[in-house]
Design a protein around this ligand. Structure first.
Ligand code: TRP
Ligand code: SF4
Length: 407
């Protein structure tokens, strides 16, 4: 039931990434592969969080435009398809800022101060002065990013779950304060009638069974009935959902985090792959560079000579086998390592082949997009417009709910 509601009612997915320039295999396995899957199943919005980059890098913003371009090319190269997903840039949809401002009016300071990343990041990025208003407010900006698209699902890593949780709290508070229209009951009843005689009658019956007897099945049935209405507006539908549950109209639905499993992608040294560790394979590294990096990556330090047996558990190459090799190859590598019947270079070869094979189509697409900057610009322009359309619609409702339609 929950899944059904999610699928139909919250079929929109939104996620963002800070512009970090060219991406690497860690991003691919941790995020992009997942996005590529999601774009086939949901109405996906993926955006470049350039304002978020400013919350920490406000002193050196000049690299941001280049980082955006490179990152978007890598998204496209990884298989994000602009025909399926909308790709856009946060700052090109200024409505995010307006919603951020309006939400800031109702967000208690303590909620932001309590977000775990607030203190953590200040500690971690000691060299920057992060005692700013923008930095404190950045999880709320993220809430605005999500709520403005009424996204139901937000694919994020573990570190971002608290932000989605904050988003839910803010949405709940917003709906609580502004969700009840003055003439809500009348509007709900009018909406009910717009469904046509038969459905209107059914809805009333289910509503009664649920509100008077707590009949859960009636609630489910009523929801299903609403889902299937083609000829009433989204707003009317939400009124009817709200009326069912005795709340007001849900203006900003609460999103769910869609937890992406932590990427198992190790770096060349066995630590997590990350630019700051200098252990990455970038998606656009030349095949020769990739091959050399893998050939020279460290192995089990106990295998000094070819005749010394090794232990895969102590070897970063083994972690690559776990991602890239099938059972047969893994068996061969593990046996060969423990019995010293294969050398490390031999052991690395299937990994090298597999990584190069994975990167090949990505790099081909990247080259094609690099050669057509105009196309990339158009893709983003189009995404910006589509995002703006949705964002503007939400803002109309939000302004209305907050009595900002004065004339
Ligand atoms: N804060 C996220 C990060 O640092 C990026 C982000 C901004 C985001 N807005 C978002 C992610 C909205 C998901 C939804 O990675
Ligand atoms: Fe690592 Fe393979 Fe060498 Fe064993 S044989 S140490 S698993 S590279």
């Amino acid at each position: 039931m929950i899944l059904n509601t999610l699928l139909s009612q919250h079929a929109r997915v939104l996620s963002g990434m800070r512009p970090t320039g060219r991406l690497h295999l860690g991003h691919y396995h941790g995020v992009l592969k997942n996005w590529v899957e999601l774009q086939h199943q949901y109405d996906c919005f993926f955006f470049v969080a350039d304002w978020h980059a400013l919350t920490t890098h406000y002193e050196d913003p000049s690299i941001i435009p280049e980082s955006i371009r490179e990152m978007v090319i890598d998204w496209l190269a990884a298989g994000i398809n602009h025909g399926e997903a909308k790709l856009f840039i946060q700052s090109q949809v200024p409505e995010h800022a307006e919603l951020h401002l309006l939400l800031s009016m109702i967000t208690p300071l303590g909620w932001l101060e309590r977000v775990p990343s607030y203190k953590d990041q200040q500690e971690r990025l000691k060299e920057r002065d992060l005692a700013t208003y923008g930095f404190l407010g950045y999880p709320l900006l993220q809430a605005a990013d999500i709520l403005i698209y009424k996204a139901g699902l937000v694919p994020v890593g573990e570190d971002q779950v608290a932000h989605v949780e904050l988003t839910r709290e803010v949405a709940r508070r917003f709906n609580h304060i502004y969700g009840r229209e003055a003439n809500f009951e009348t509007l709900a009843d009018q909406a009910r009638k717009k469904m046509g005689k038969k459905s209107a009658k059914l809805y009333s019956r289910y509503h009664k069974a649920y509100t008077e007897q707590g009949d859960q099945e009636a609630l489910d049935a009523a929801r299903a009935l609403l889902e299937n209405q083609q000829n009433i507006t989204v707003n009317d539908k939400e009124r009817l959902f709200g009326y069912l549950e005795g709340s007001g109209r849900l203006i900003l639905p609460e999103p769910q985090p869609l937890l992406t499993k932590a990427s198992k992608m190790p770096g060349l040294d066995g630590q997590k792959m990350s630019k700051s560790y200098g252990n990455i394979i970038a998606l656009r590294d030349e095949p020769e560079v990739v091959e050399k990096a893998l050939r020279t990556m460290p192995t089990d330090t106990n295998r000094v000579r070819r005749s010394d047996p090794g232990d895969p558990a102590r070897c970063p190459v083994w972690q690559f086998h776990e991602i890239y090799s099938d059972d047969g190859v893994r068996e061969w590598a593990s046996e060969g390592c423990k019995t010293a019947s294969i050398g490390c270079l031999e052991c690395k070869q299937p990994v090298i082949d597999a990584v190069l094979k994975e990167l090949k189509p990505i790099q081909e697409r990247a080259r094609s997009f690099e050669a057509q900057p105009e196309l990339v610009r158009n893709i983003i322009e189009e995404g910006n417009e589509e995002a703006r359309d949705v964002a503007q619609e939400t803002m109309e409702e939000v302004r209305h709910a907050m009595s900002l339609r004065h004339f």
